[in-house]
Design a protein around this ligand. Structure first.
Ligand code: 13P
Length: 247
């Protein structure tokens, strides 16, 4: 399957960060790797980056959206607005949003419906905490989140899953190849069970302290169809090095 290398800038980046985008676009021009490449900056930079990357190999996505298209929701941004400004993807249900904003899987499912209605590709995040893993609950937690975060509206619509063990995010710890293989296999089985043939074609990304030094190994694991990269996506050279491991 074609891989997707996606950068989640989280709450980082100012207008001057367009230099990083320029460097990534230039780096992509010089590569023969056949993979999708995406950067998800904060809302404030979406419009400028979408214009800057138009016609290039780099796509631009958002990190959240509201579940309805418009209305009295002060401070929120709808999926329709994101599509209108040139975003192709939207990350939904990241563990930081589940923790900081109390987002439930049911909220994520509603947002995912809004995203596909607006023509966006949702990247739906799931992942267990360290306590879950130590209690032997990884499979139950991840598959439970998956089941409840995916609306039926995704049938025959493109969408992406990101498996991000919470204990591996921003910690320098990564799940090992065996742990990643086990969860990705379970996610694939669940997708096929629910969505049939479509489930075979959903990209399943790994996220959590991915960096140039571990990207080749992680991207080589069965059912790993790309990466969702936080810290290392803020530096063009590191992000491009990870992208170049996707071949
Ligand atoms: P890090 O790559 O910084 O661990 O972040 C992973 C992540 O949360 C991507 O969404």
């Amino acid at each position: 399957m074609r891989k997707l290398i996606a950068g989640n800038w989280k709450m980082n980046g100012l207008r001057a960060s367009s230099d990083v985008i320029t460097e990534i676009v230039q780096g992509l021009e010089g590569t023969e790797i056949e993979a999708d490449c995406l950067i998800c900056p904060p809302f404030t930079l979406l419009g400028a980056f979408a214009e800057q990357t138009a016609g290039s190999g780099l796509k631009i996505g958002a990190q959240n959206c509201h579940a309805v298209a418009s209305g009295a929701h002060t401070g929120d941004v709808s999926a329709q607005m994101l599509a209108d400004i040139g975003a192709s993807h939207v990350i939904l249900g990241h563990s930081e949003r589940r923790a900081d904003h109390g987002e439930l899987s049911s909220d994520v499912a509603a947002k995912a419906s809004a995203a596909v209605d607006a023509g966006l590709v949702p990247i739906i995040c799931v992942g267990e905490s360290l306590a879950d893993r130590e209690a032997g609950l990884t499979r139950k937690v991840v598959l439970g989140q998956l089941d409840m975060s995916l609306p039926d509206a995704l049938v025959e619509k493109p969408f992406v899953i990101a498996y991000e063990p919470i204990w591996a995010i921003g910690t320098g710890l990564t799940a090992d190849a065996g742990q990643i293989a086990e969860v990705h296999h379970a996610v694939r089985e669940a997708l096929v069970k629910r969505f049939g043939e479509q489930g075979h074609n959903v990209q399943i990304l790994y996220g959590g302290s991915m960096k140039p030094a571990n990207a080749t190994e992680i991207l080589g694991v069965a059912d790993v169809d790309g990466g969702l990269i936080g810290g290392a996506s803020l530096k063009a050279a590191d992000f491009l090095a990870i992208f170049n491991s996707a071949g």
